[in-house]
Design a protein around this ligand. Structure first.
Ligand SMILES: Cc1cc2nc3c(=O)[nH]c(=O)nc-3n(C[C@H](O)[C@H](O)[C@H](O)COP(=O)(O)OP(=O)(O)OC[C@H]3O[C@@H](n4cnc5c(N)ncnc54)[C@H](O)[C@@H]3O)c2cc1C
Length: 568
């Protein structure tokens, strides 16, 4: 019975099974056909792109901030060194270079990170070396004397022509195409927008650049240019003249409004420029600084355009490496200064090793503090601290994307085919530079260094937000950003390495450059001398190097040594 029923039931069930499964299968098929597989596969591939963070040692920095490092003297013998340099960025390395250049190598340089370079450091993988921050040096102005001396010493300047103009090593001059802008669906050469401008917009651009030329030609009562690099080599009137002091107190946006510069493409470009050099938008950048960007560059070269730049696969990591190699003293990386005190003629510096937490004390005759001042203020004795409430340090994201081949090289409408610097008119980032541009070897692929000043909100807020952003979120933001220029970017990227620079660079906010606080940073505290680009108020190689050399000069004077060359 049951068998019959069973078989009948089975037969009935079998019939209904077939129909049901047919319907499910058919429905499934239709759903599958409608499913956006290509996107799913793409996303699957992109979520598999490995991403790794390489941010600076924030934990140690936060211990300094929070005061959790013991205040009492470390146990053990005190190490004696005549001169101690704290911080191995361009300023600290330049101080060491200048000491060595003047025959003094009995110094010790301490660097918190596991290698020197600061925000001019670089990395390397099987495909190419690449920058982690600073990536180029413009052909230097005549007044950038120490830069010339340094470039001569490392062979980047190979000679001079009959007019005394330096000849630069051709392999270091960034070759064409230097930069391009993605605008209105294609690339144009150069970053100043050209496509689709109205007559009025063109006229406004011309008016702006003519005005910048006049600012560039302007001299003070001492005959020196108002806008110079380093800034301190400019006229003493640079902030004294009423109109110039006023420029520093207003923002670039306010100045543009006042002068009637309203065109969107021009303001886009000027905002790009402020974010590029200062990490801050028009609204939060001093107008004096914004004008300096366009008026101060007067590069001199026998074999290059005055606006040409020098670039290397590893960016300014190349220059940091050369400075390190020329310094004849000792360097200890992975060891931070945690406390500075003065006892009689001696300066005592307590240190902490990053890897094992070992603490020690060093006694020096002179010390160069080449850390940012917000760090120095945490480790200096009370009397030596300088108020820096007006200092703004801009956060940045720098990502290195290893790619199988260069995006845009095979697509139509991408002319010129590649450029060193690639920027989108529609993006919040600054685009990317190509690490292999100078070598022209892309047989093993390339590395694209993607720059993103986190300037959409005030620095502190942006820094906190960046600290909370996960690697997966950065991956999506970076790829989505680059997709605007290169829709196929995801299929070319094989890995992403990134670094969040919480305090990437000093931003010249309105009032900072001409203010008393910044001027106060120039002063030494006895035999403790300061050297960092934040003393200049602009984060440029030339400024950091200048500050390092000035501090080294003060050290040489402390030691009663006469310099062989290069008097300021
Ligand atoms: C993303 C980015 C891109 C840039 N691009 C360019 C560019 O293309 N061209 C250009 O000219 N400039 C560029 N800059 C500016 C760059 O900042 C300067 O060129 C220069 O590297 C600044 O050097 P510095 O020595 O003043 O400062 P830093 O690089 O800040 O050096 C300070 C050093 O002190 C160390 N330190 C901190 N605390 C301690 C402690 N307690 N003990 C010991 N060591 C400590 C730090 O680790 C660091 O190495 C860029 C900056 C950023 C962030």
């Amino acid at each position: 019975m049951s068998g019959t029923r069973t078989s009948t039931d089975r037969a009935r069930r079998a019939g209904s099974f077939d129909r049901r499964h047919f319907l499910i299968a058919a429905g499934g098929f239709l759903a599958a056909a409608a499913f956006p597989w290509h996107r799913w596969l793409r996303d699957l591939r992109f979520t598999a792109i490995p991403i790794e963070e390489h941010s600076p040692n924030a934990a140690l920095g936060h211990r300094l901030r929070d005061g959790t490092i013991p205040a009492e003297a470390p146990a053990g013998a005190i190490e004696d060194v005549p001169v101690l340099v704290l911080g191995g960025g361009i300023a600290g390395l330049s101080a060491a270079w200048w000491l060595s250049r003047n025959g003094f190598s009995d110094y010790l340089l301490l660097e918190l990170e596991d290698r020197t370079g600061g925000n001019s450091m670089s990395g390397e993988n099987a495909v190419s070396a690449y920058p982690w921050g600073a990536h180029y040096l413009p052909i230097p102005n005549a007044e950038s004397r120490f830069v010339h001396e340094f470039l001569e010493e490392i062979g980047a300047i190979t000679g001079r022509d009959g007019k005394g103009r330096p000849t630069f090593d051709e392999t270091m001059i960034c070759h064409d195409a230097v930069e391009r802008l993605w605008i209105e669906g294609k690339f144009q050469e150069g970053i100043v927008p050209q496509a689709g401008l109205t007559g009025d917009e063109r006229a406004e651009m011309r008016r702006f650049f003519d005005e910048m030329r006049r600012f560039g030609d302007r001299k003070g009562s001492d005959g020196r240019p108002i806008f110079a690099i380093p800034i301190a080599e400019g006229s003493r009137d640079r902030f004294r003249a009423k109109d110039l002091a006023e420029l520093d107190r207003m923002s670039m946006a306010e100045w543009l409004d006042r002068e009637g510069y309203r065109s969107r493409p021009l303001r886009w470009y000027l905002n790009y420029a402020c974010r590029d050099d200062f990490g801050s938008p028009l609204e939060r950048t001093s107008a004096w600084a914004g004008i300096h960007y366009h008026a101060a560059r007067r590069g001199v070269a026998a074999n290059a355009d005055s606006q040409a730049i020098l670039a290397w696969p590893e960016g300014n990591g190349f220059l940091a490496g050369k400075l390190r190699a020329l310094g004849a003293g000792k360097i200890r990386a992975g060891e931070a200064a945690t406390r500075i005190s003065v006892e009689g003629d001696a300066v005592l510096v307590d240190t902490l090793r990053a890897n094992d937490g070992a603490r020690s004390r060093i006694r020096a005759k002179s010390v160069v503090v080449a850390t940012p001042r917000f760090v120095a203020n945490r480790i200096l004795p009370e009397a030596a601290r300088a108020p820096i409430d007006s200092a703004v340090y801009a956060p940045w994201l720098v990502a290195n994307l290893t790619v199988e081949d260069l995006p845009g090289t095979t697509e139509e409408g991408h002319a010129p085919l590649t450029a060193w610097d690639n920027v989108s008119y529609y993006s919040d980032s600054l685009g990317y530079v190509v690490a292999t541009h100078q070598t022209e070897s892309i047989a093993r692929g390339s590395v694209l260094t993607h720059y993103w000043p986190l300037s959409d909100r005030p620095a502190k807020e942006a820094r906190l937000r960046a600290a909370r952003t996960t690697p997966a979120e950065w991956r999506e933001r970076i790829l989505a950003d680059l997709e605007g220029m290169h829709p196929d970017i995801r299929s070319r990227v094989t890995r992403i390495d990134y670094r969040v620079w919480g305090h990437g660079m000093i931003s010249p906010a309105p009032g900072y450059l001409s203010g008393d606080e910044r001027a106060g940073l120039e002063r030494s505290f006895g035999r403790v001398h300061f050297a960092h680009s934040d003393i200049s108020g602009m984060s440029l190689f030339e400024e950091a190097q200048y500050r390092g050399v000035l501090a080294a000069k003060r050290v040489l004077s402390d030691l009663g040594r006469t310099e062989r060359r290069g008097k300021v």
